[in-house]
Design a protein around this ligand. Structure first.
Ligand code: GDP
Length: 483
């Protein structure tokens, strides 16, 4: 028997094994201590070392974060137009880009990189990403203050920007010579971590480059991808990562549940939908059907593949004559199917199928879809709030089928800690031969464009071969993920 205290919800530890800090006002972010309890308990333990590193990070963030005295001093340094070496607080200012799924993967990656290199993560929140996530660090903020002297980072910095690490090296504004004083360096460095940046920047994580990057108080970085697994390829990070994540495939699962708590208005939508449609059910099945509109294949083709996958993996309840009498008034089981898609026709068709037909098992099937937004609208706050709500709702399902290569889907199964069924090639590769779906071997998101580190001459590392726990993704041959 456990003693019910307010540390527990329904018999589960509301701090998720120490992952979450107890130092928040619960009302400011209702989801924080509640959102995980619509799922089965996680199968992945949080390592005590990760807990220790998170608590240390939180202290550091409180000391150096926006509005602290250290932050004000660092801003003055930035304005002065020169770097200062060996400061107590170092910063990674993150500029976001692309859809919400991409953004979340990139934020997790930059947070991990910040922990590893002792930087404070501060995120540029444009209007479209405000009021979506709660503050993740107690008694401080991760939001870039509006008076930050450099504006509009997302658009200002590109690969060719003279402030990028590679360009600074090329222009001899910085030097790899460890004896050169970093006081002569420019006031900040831009680290381009955008997908496909690695063929130019693959060495930035190598020790010799890192030593120089570390001399900068300010780093501005921009990314749209899940580069966190790539950090395992660099010996200077590998040991720390192993200690934090003894089970590698739980990396996003832990960091995502730690960082991304929906704000109260988003949480209200999630809870309202869940309480209305997804409670009082024996099994929840989530289908994420991500159709990329600029290359949308015909509805019938996609639907055919979804049903073929469902039959192969026994996902949706089988249609047919039930041998059971009274199965409707006295159902054996109630199953809910949650359809997540920009379009409504998949939901309509599945719903009518279960209206017009009985199931072999006699179970009753209800089908729901929260929204059908028709188009990606990344620059609208309410649209993004609904996207997050749907990622969360999907993550509450017992079985999840996601669309190949969709970062939206990665977030949902990553938060859930579930290995999804991946609907292969629904978009431009619809005619590609191969299975219609496969079950993922890992709960981790895929890194679509990994670096091929070459830290020493002629030692090019193949990421899928380098370490035993990184393998080719099922849904993208060029990608790798942690297992
Ligand atoms: P990806 O493009 O599938 O990798 O996922 P992203 O999240 O990066 O970008 C897709 C964006 O389109 C989402 O963030 C949403 O803004 C929108 N979107 C796509 N599918 C859905 C959906 O099923 N529901 C909602 N609400 N929005 C969606």
């Amino acid at each position: 028997l456990f003693q019910a205290t307010d540390k527990w919800i329904g018999g589960q530890d509301k701090l998720l094994g120490g992952l979450l800090s107890p130092d928040f006002d619960e009302r400011s972010c209702i989801a924080r201590y509640k959102s995980s309890f619509y799922r089965k308990p996680s199968l992945f333990e949080v390592s005590p070392y990760l807990v220790q590193r998170l608590r240390e990070y939180e202290k550091y963030h409180k000391k150096c974060g926006p509005n602290s005295e250290f932050y004000k001093i660092a801003i003055e340094q930035l304005k002065s137009g020169r770097n200062v070496e060996n400061t107590e607080c170092k910063y990674a200012v993150f500029a976001q880009g692309n859809g919400l799924g991409n953004r979340m993967l990139a934020i997790v990656s930059t947070f991990l990189y910040s922990i590893l290199t002792n930087r404070i993560l501060i995120v540029e929140m444009k209007e479209e990403t405000k009021n979506i996530f709660c503050e993740p660090f107690p008694e401080s903020s991760w939001e870039l203050p509006s008076d930050f002297p450099i504006k509009d980072l997302e658009w200002k910095f590109q690969r060719e920007s003279p402030e990028s690490f590679i360009n600074l090296l090329e222009n001899r504004s910085i030097s790899l010579d460890a004896n050169v004083s970093a006081e002569s360096f420019p006031p900040f460095v831009f680290f381009d971590a955008w997908s496909n940046a690695w063929h130019v920047h693959g060495r930035i994580f190598c020790e010799d480059h890192q030593k120089i990057v570390q001399k900068f108080t300010w780093m501005i970085t921009k990314s749209d991808c899940y580069y966190a697994p790539a950090l395992f390829l660099y010996p200077e990070f590998e040991n720390e990562l192993r200690l934090m994540f003894p089970v590698k495939e739980a990396m996003f699962h832990h960091l995502g549940r730690y960082l991304f708590q929906p704000t109260n208005p988003v949480w209200e939508m999630i809870e309202r939908f869940h309480q209305t449609y997804l409670t009082n059910t024996d099994e929840k099945i989530g289908l994420q059907i991500r159709i990329v509109s600029y290359d949308a294949p015909p509805f019938e083709k996609v639907y055919e593949r979804i049903i073929e996958c469902s039959e192969k993996e026994k996902l949706l309840p089988e249609i047919g004559i039930s041998n059971l009498t009274n199965s409707v008034s006295n159902p054996t089981k109630r199953t809910s199917v949650l359809v997540i898609s920009l379009f409504s026709e998949y939901y309509e068709k599945i719903k009518s199928t279960y209206y017009e037909n009985s199931t072999v098992t006699g179970e009753l099937v209800s089908v729901f879809q929260p929204t059908h937004e028709l188009a990606q609208n990344t620059f609208a706050q309410f649209h993004n709030q609904k996207a997050l709500a749907e990622m969360y709702l999907l993550s509450y399902c017992d079985k999840i089928a996601t669309t190949a290569m969709s970062t939206f889907g990665y977030i949902a199964h990553g938060l859930a800690g579930l290995k999804p069924y991946i609907l292969m090639t629904l978009n431009w590769q619809i005619a590609k031969p191969g299975p219609v779906c496969v079950q993922s071997k890992s709960v981790e998101p895929c890194l679509h464009s990994p670096p091929f580190p070459m830290c020493k001459p002629n030692t090019r590392v193949d990421p899928a071969e380098a370490v035993p726990y990184l393998r080719t993704c099922e849904d993208f041959d060029n990608g790798v993920k942690l297992f």
